[in-house]
Write a protein that binds this ligand. Structure first.
Ligand code: CU
Length: 153
């Protein structure tokens, strides 16, 4: 079902390069991360835009749902699904699109070479939370070709 899975590439620069750290440094880094996560609050994110006020189309109760990428928006833009549901991104436009989490690493990004016209790419969401995403070719994390997935536990 899931294509690519854990082997999907991350876009260059999406994650800081892992650096060899002594134990003490690693502990400090973990504390820092905990503080960052705690400070932002909300479900599911530490760095993405707040999309909690958007209208989400209720697509719960299904194993798989489809989000179309058209030129240039996602349809439906905001969907609510159950944990474990696979989202199938389908490019029904004439342009190449992608689907990149607004919060780095929140899910495996669907890269442009996987989502040309007519292509489909699937991502399974197992963890409850809020997952804003965007097409980096036609939007930013907050404007343009954006979308969001709310995963219910
Ligand atoms: Cu696009």
């Amino acid at each position: 079902m899931r294509r690519g899975g854990g082997s999907r590439r991350y876009a260059p620069g999406m994650r800081p390069a892992p650096r060899p750290a002594r134990a003490a440094t690693a502990v400090l880094a973990a504390l820092g991360a905990a503080v960052l996560f705690g400070a932002c609050g909300g479900d599911g994110g530490s760095g993405g835009p707040d999309i909690s006020g958007e209208e989400f189309e209720d697509l719960t109760g299904r194993d798989e749902v489809t989000v179309d990428a058209v030129d240039n928006r996602f349809v439906p833009e905001y969907v609510e699904i159950d944990a474990g549901t696979t989202v199938r991104f389908e490019n029904r436009g004439r342009n190449v699109h992608n689907a990149i989490p607004a919060e780095d690493g929140a899910f495996d990004p669907v890269e442009a070479d996987e989502l040309g016209p007519g292509d489909t790419a699937e991502v399974t969401f197992d963890e409850p939370g809020l997952y804003p995403y965007y097409c980096s070719l036609h939007g930013t994390t907050t404007k343009g070709m954006i979308g969001g997935i709310r995963v219910r536990g």
